[in-house]
Design a protein around this ligand. Structure first.
Ligand SMILES: Cc1cc2nc3c(=O)[nH]c(=O)nc-3n(C[C@H](O)[C@H](O)[C@H](O)COP(=O)(O)OP(=O)(O)OC[C@H]3O[C@@H](n4cnc5c(N)ncnc54)[C@H](O)[C@@H]3O)c2cc1C
Ligand code: SF4
Length: 493
């Protein structure tokens, strides 16, 4: 039984508060994180809003099963060492999730039934940063080694979590990454204004001190064969992400000036890292930019285009404008289907909804100059939603550059997966059983490669669970922790 809970009526005395963000006018002049230094006093104050519910819904809302009321209590009591210990027991990388998690735990926080939820994500970031500041988060190499060797392919959050856990269990772990830097989409994809890259480098240094070996610029299946990998390692964990983007197959999609969001975002990540961009530069400076797609990736394109001083930024969504408040059919503790305004939107963006993208229009040089759109109407029936174009609404929007950010379809099937003979599911993701085992002996998988495009917190969760399954496979039993994900958890959301 949890006998935590510091201040009994904190939630009645205090409202939700977050540290101030930098002024949008100022922050669009650089790529630094948008929040000011973490306020530990604020975290301590906000932690008192936690009611230490008998049934903490926040706990089950978190894919990692973070023990939220317990660390809230430790923060309230300023027992940072205990807070770090509690948080690290379920989350390998709170410094990542504390910055960029959409925080499903906050959506399911009991307070959010009729008040604003506890600032769980901010408290998590505060614990992580205070932990590093006080030297509480340090390398903890395993005391004994099993002599077993595990290869992890892909160094995104799933690969890093799997590597961290398997190393803790005493196995020798090597992480192979085809890029020149460790981190997966955390490093190349997510912009620095959401997650500065020193945060990843700090964690990678710790993992190295703990004994994990990282090999960058190794494209398994291309510069190193799958057979080599199988011969050298006792188990393999495929954490290759879902890299194949969804296409926008409309007329004119191959005109110059139309790019996949990732090609654009990765170039800017490289510039910020000080690495030379080899390809033709994709820059929004002075251009009328249209971002097609309303998710995280689209929002990151908006923030990046504003920092590159685009003439205008328009984001197009196919869906209707979401409501400001939950609908009755979307009750707590479900994830609220309400309007999300990201920090990038606050910086300036013309957001449009229920819009059909019909065709790109080019100029004489084959460069995009416009996008033909029309408004959509939605009809709902028991069979689902059907969208219809509203007659007479067709028009052309000016567009010097378009960024396609409508998501990722599946993991790259060619090369490594072909060589290993991996079976894919109907969506093109790697098929695995509930123990993260693929159809190929000793080959496991985790993260976006298995569940399709998802979230960092799910990638960490899957990496941890897959590590336990690998440990059991190698040793017959495992002392690594598990959240015991349900079949529902294992489906993408
Ligand atoms: C632009 C963008 C913004 C996002 N923002 C957020 C956000 O704010 N919050 C959030 O929770 N989620 C966000 N996401 C989603 C999140 O980043 C992913 O769900 C998460 O990174 C998946 O982790 P992963 O480890 O499974 O794969 P990835 O992070 O994709 O890592 C896979 C790695 O495998 C490597 N690889 C692939 N094949 C090979 C091979 N054959 N050999 C060697 N290496 C290989 C790749 O180079 C890559 O580094 C965002 C995604 C994008 C694209
Ligand atoms: S649901 Fe909210 S109030 Fe209740 S224990 Fe979790 S964080 Fe605290």
């Amino acid at each position: 039984m949890n006998l935590a809970m510091g201040k009994e009526r904190g939630f009645m005395e205090l409202g939700r508060a977050l540290p101030p963000a930098r002024d949008p006018k100022e922050r669009i002049n650089d790529f630094k994180e948008i929040y000011l230094e973490p306020g530990y006093e604020l975290a301590n104050e906000q932690a008192t809003r936690c009611m230490d519910c008998g049934v903490p819904f926040c706990h089950s809302g978190c894919p990692l099963g973070n023990k939220i009321p317990d660390f809230n209590d430790a923060v309230y009591k300023e027992n940072w060492a205990h807070a770090v210990e509690i948080l690290s027991s379920t989350n390998n990388f709170p410094e990542f999730t504390g910055r960029i998690c959409p925080a499903p735990c906050e959506s399911s926080c009991v307070l959010s039934i009729n008040k604003n939820p506890v600032t769980i994500e901010f408290i998590e970031k505060s614990i992580a940063e205070k932990g590093f500041e006080l030297g509480l988060i340090q390398a903890q190499p395993p005391v004994t080694r099993t002599g077993r060797k595990v290869a992890v392919v892909g160094s995104g959050p799933a690969g890093l979590a799997a590597a961290a856990q398997l190393n803790t269990a005493g196995h020798w772990v090597t992480v192979f990454e085809k890029q020149d830097v460790i981190g997966g989409l955390l490093a190349y994809g997510i912009p620095d204004f959401k997650l500065e890259k020193w945060v990843i480098e700090r964690r990678v240094r710790l993992l190295e001190e703990e004994g994990v070996v990282f090999k960058t610029n190794v494209h398994v299946g291309v510069t190193m064969s799958a057979d080599e990998l199988k011969a050298d390692f006792d188990a393999i964990v495929l954490c290759c992400g879902a890299e194949v983007p969804k296409e926008l197959p409309i007329e004119g999609h191959d005109l110059k000036g139309i790019h996949y969001a990732m090609d654009y975002l990765v170039q800017q990540n490289r510039r910020v890292r000080g690495v030379e961009v080899q390809e033709e530069p994709i820059l929004a400076t002075g251009k009328h930019v249209i971002v097609v797609g309303s998710g995280d990736t689209g929002s990151d394109c908006v923030g990046t285009a504003n920092r590159q001083k685009a003439a205008s930024v328009t984001q197009i969504a196919r869906m209707y404008e979401p409501p400001r408040q939950r609908h009755d059919h979307n009750p707590w503790p479900q994830v609220p289907m309400v309007m999300q305004t990201s920090s990038s939107h606050e910086e300036g963006c013309n957001r449009t909804w229920a819009m059909l993208t019909k065709a790109f229009v080019g100029d004489a040089q084959g460069h995009v100059k416009g996008l033909i759109v029309a408004d959509l109407q939605c009809e709902e029936s028991v069979a689902g939603k059907r969208y219809f174009e509203i007659e007479g609404t067709e028009r052309e929007l000016p567009c010097d550059m378009a960024l396609v950010a409508i998501g990722f379809a599946y993991t790259q099937p060619k090369g490594l997966l072909e060589q290993l003979g991996i079976t894919l599911d109907e969506y093109g993701s790697i098929l695995a059983d509930t123990r993260f085992q693929t159809n190929v002996e000793k080959v496991f998988t985790a993260g976006d490669a298995r569940r399709g495009q998802s979230l960092v917190v799910w990638a960490i969760s899957e990496g941890r669970e897959a590590a336990r399954a690998v440990d059991e496979f190698l040793m017959g039993t495992s002392a690594l922790p598990s959240k015991n994900l349900s079949v529902l958890d294992l489906m993408a959301w």
